[in-house]
Design a protein around this ligand. Structure first.
Ligand SMILES: [Ca+2]
Ligand SMILES: [Ca+2]
Length: 168
């Protein structure tokens, strides 16, 4: 019990109150869009995620918005994510750890092709040939994803990509 209490204090210090308020919104996003992302053309899924991430609604993502998303995902995985199979929850948290080790600002800079500090959809998907298939299908298609370019941008996360592709 004592440890849980300490953990709760640590978490509440680390995550701004605003993020807590947004967790139900993230939960809602995941639940309502699971079907959309699995069955509708990729752009529907991307637009839904983008609208959620783009807090100031200027159509592009800045580093602060991406960092907020990262914090929310962690909080969600640690609380609501408990309803997920333990392996899935574990891999989300592991993924976040890897993102941290690669450094979010570095990853952001690699994807921000024109270096203006704003990420557009075109920049994020520069190495992916989007079509009318659902997004997971496209991302699993070696011919639709420029693996070499993606590996370079992912930097320290490159080996993770290799592992994912090897499993397919
Ligand atoms: Ca924005
Ligand atoms: Ca840019």
């Amino acid at each position: 019990m004592k440890n849980h209490f300490r953990l709760a204090i640590a978490v509440s210090l680390l995550i701004p109150a605003a993020a807590f308020a947004d967790v139900p919104a993230l939960e809602h996003l995941v639940e309502t869009n699971r079907t959309v992302c699995e069955t509708k053309p990729a752009q529907h899924c991307i637009d839904a995620g983008w609208a959620f991430a783009d807090t100031n609604r200027d159509g592009v993502l800045d580093l602060g918005e991406i960092q907020r998303l990262r914090r929310l995902t962690e909080h969600w995985a640690m609380t609501k994510g408990k309803s997920l199979p333990p392996r899935q929850q574990g891999s989300i948290l592991m993924g976040l750890m890897l993102v941290d080790s690669a450094g979010l600002p570095t990853l952001f800079a690699n994807y921000d092709l024109n270096g203006d500090g704003r990420l557009t959809q075109a920049e994020l998907f520069a190495d992916v040939k989007l079509d009318n298939r659902p997004l997971p299908w496209i991302l699993a298609d070696r011919d639709a994803v420029d693996l070499q370019a993606t590996r370079v941008k992912l930097g320290a996360l490159g080996p993770l990509l290799d592992g994912m592709m090897a499993r397919r």
